[in-house]
Write a protein that binds this ligand. Structure first.
Ligand code: WTA
Length: 645
């Protein structure tokens, strides 16, 4: 097997890039020829960023699971599709061949059908990192149901909000999930989320931890029972089949909720055809995947990175994807390196926050670990600082492995800016060059293109993209206007990323971080407004303001300024109560690192909180707060400065 669209030299990169910009229709049409279509598309691309409307391969008919599984059965049926490494290193590894994956996905598609799920229905998936999570995702795709995976760190309230927004009537979950020495009771969180819910008809529960669960008659069923019965339906005389639903290229494949600068999370919608082509194309090119290599992406499938580079990208390329249930530091900080050695991993793709955290343990956990199978390394999710980049290069890659710094977002489906491993140059802490089909543009606050270099000879501005690539989001579920105002209205005619960036003379990009009110904590997106809303739910809280501050391991920490009234407890217990509230409302991932109680917040005369000042104080830059004369009460600033944590 080979990938005719794999870029193998710097010259070819420039050539392909040019072609993709000059003639996107031809370029992406010829890439798409390498997939399995039941019917070819009528038109490669139609778009405008005003509505916005983006359609790729419109009229094309396909099923993504045939591209991820069936087409590889004749030649690679007994090759591993998924290698599963359990949380506890002493437990049994599971190797799921393409044949086995086919059987399980067919079975689960049948289970969904038996339970009344139809094309277009939304299925919420709340599971730990077990292979069954991949079967569930692909089973949905096989029958054309829209999956909405929710990360296991979100609370019952967050799940309830997402269920309602997506009008999901079906849930797939586990009794519990193992994460390091913790055992997270997923089903019981689902039960809390379902109190008062009237739309959910069925909950399918996979047994992982044997945590006691309550199974409600008529609503809850066991995965194992359902799968056993479905097996008798999909397997006849040793032949497994479950006809996959014929989908239009522009039918939705999934919804994934993500945080923005305002209000509640948005349901980003990706469609079948474009997302498939984009995740596959970027996987094959960025990582320079070669058949037979083992790809280890350490993300959770609850995030876009897991969707695109554990499931759809690798499997659609016939790759072997390593799926890990645990955490990098349990039973000890050598866990990743043991996995690399044990499975002879070729490609390791992880987050800067994980690298920084492991760096903190020094090189002792690396002693005696054989990492010689590694050929390529990658990072994703947040800017990587040079120190972490060099540590990764030296101690993990032994200076033999190209490192790709992949910049992208939930909304982009796959990587937009990255070097291609060993093909285009790597520059520490620079995402570097755009993928073919991606046309970035830096603009100022008014949307004018930046043309003047700064004192370091760089262009610096807000990062936008001029034209669609196949993996761009199509809408936000149930509210297209929200999609328009969030991404396409700030700078009319452009997709606005929310990130700031630098550009050098060679056309390389360095992402500097979010320029909106979105935080990036350990590579996870969290909106400041969301955290404030959660804090404000606490009965004693009058008002709060949340900002980010630099954090050695997490990249950004969450700093909350809180005005508290009432006499209940002391500061320490109030802090605990607020943390508990945030955990309940959003989930433990959104808990502030610091909570400072204040008597007032710096506000303009029109009542707007001056976050710029709060951010500077949280960052420790108290000497240079800029102009505070427009504040309603400049006195509060001194008080806040003096109370800084
Ligand atoms: C940030 C994760 C710098 C960025 C795939 C973006 C990065 C947000 C990088 C999206 C990178 C992601 N360098 N920053 N290589 N990759 N980001 O939706 O701020 O969880 O807007 O998608 O992460 O986060 P999301």
């Amino acid at each position: 097997m080979s990938y005719p669209y794999q870029i193998t030299s710097l010259e070819q990169y420039h050539r392909d890039y040019q072609k993709s910009v000059d003639n996107p229709q031809d370029f992406w049409g010829s890439v798409a020829e390498n997939f399995l279509w039941r019917k070819k598309w009528d038109k490669v691309l139609e778009w405008n960023f005003t509505e916005p409307k983006v359609e790729w391969f419109k009229g094309g008919k396909l099923n993504i699971t045939e591209n991820c599984i069936d087409r590889y059965l004749p030649t690679m049926g007994d090759k591993p599709a998924i290698i599963w490494e359990p949380n506890n290193p002493e437990d049994r590894v599971r190797i799921v061949t393409y044949n086995r994956l086919h059987k399980r996905v067919c079975q689960f598609a049948q289970v969904l059908k038996n339970n009344g799920v139809k094309k277009g229905d939304r299925v919420c998936i709340y599971m730990g990192m077990v292979p069954e999570l991949a079967y569930a995702v692909l089973g949905c795709a096989r029958i054309g149901a829209i999956h909405s995976v929710i990360f296991g760190g979100f609370s019952a309230q967050s799940i309830a909000d997402r269920l309602e927004d997506a009008q999901a009537a079906y849930i797939v979950t586990c009794d519990g999930a193992y994460r390091g020495n913790k055992d997270i009771p997923l089903k019981s969180v689902i039960d809390d989320a379902l109190i008062g819910n009237k739309t959910v008809k069925r909950v399918i529960v996979y047994t992982r931890t044997r945590t006691p669960v309550s199974m409600i008659k008529g609503r809850d069923v066991w995965w194992e029972d359902e799968m056993e019965y479905a097996e008798t339906q999909v397997e006849k005389d040793g032949v497994v089949s479950f006809p996959s639903e014929e989908m239009d290229a522009e039918d939705p494949l999934f919804i994934l909720y993500t945080s923005g600068s305002t209000g509640k999370p948005k349901g980003v919608v990706h469609t079948v055809g474009g997302y498939m082509v984009w995740t596959n194309y970027t996987f094959v090119n960025v990582f320079q995947y070669q058949p037979g290599q083992i790809h280890f992406c350490t993300a959770d499938i609850g995030w876009i990175t897991g969707h695109s580079y554990i499931v759809y990208g690798p499997l659609s390329a016939g790759a072997t994807s390593l799926m890990f249930e645990g955490v990098p530091t349990w039973p000890d900080a050598g866990r990743f390196w043991d996995i690399v050695e044990k499975h002879k991993v070729d490609i390791l793709y992880t987050a800067p926050t994980a690298i920084r955290s492991l760096m903190g343990f020094g090189t002792a956990p690396l002693q005696g670990k054989n990492l010689s199978s590694l050929k390529k390394l990658g990072t994703v999710g947040e800017p990587i600082n040079e120190e972490a980049w060099h540590w990764y290069d030296e101690h993990i890659g032994k200076k033999q492995c190209p490192i790709v710094d992949t910049w992208w977002q939930t909304e982009t489906g796959g990587t937009l800016i990255s070097n291609l491993a060993g093909v285009t140059p790597a520059i520490p802490s620079w995402a570097s060059l755009p993928m073919p089909g991606v046309q970035p543009l830096l603009v100022d606050e008014k949307g004018n293109e930046i043309t003047e270099k700064d004192e370091h000879g760089m262009l610096k501005g807000n990062l936008c993209i001029k034209a669609p690539w196949p993996g761009i989001l199509r809408t936000t579920y149930g509210d297209h206007e929200r999609c328009r105002t969030n991404y396409f209205a700030t700078y009319p005619g452009l997709y606005f990323t929310g990130d700031g960036a630098l550009k050098d003379d060679q056309g390389n990009y360095r992402i500097t971080g979010r320029v909106d009110d979105v935080l990036n904590v350990s590579g996870h997106r969290i909106g400041t407004a969301e955290v404030e809303n959660a804090i404000n739910m606490h009965a004693g809280v009058v008002e709060s303001a949340v900002v980010g501050y630099p954090h050695d391991v997490k990249g950004q920490g969450i700093y909350a300024y809180v005005i508290f009234s009432g006499h209940h407890g002391d500061d320490a217990s109030r802090r605990q109560d607020i943390l508990q509230t945030v955990s309940r409302v959003i989930g433990p991932i959104a808990k502030p690192d610091k909570i400072q109680f204040v008597n007032g917040l710096p506000k303009t005369r029109s009542g707007k909180i001056m976050r710029r000042i709060l951010r500077k104080i949280a960052e420790g830059e108290v000497s240079n707060l800029g102009d505070t004369s427009t504040l309603l009460d400049p006195g509060v600033v001194d008080e806040i400065k003096n109370g800084k944590l």
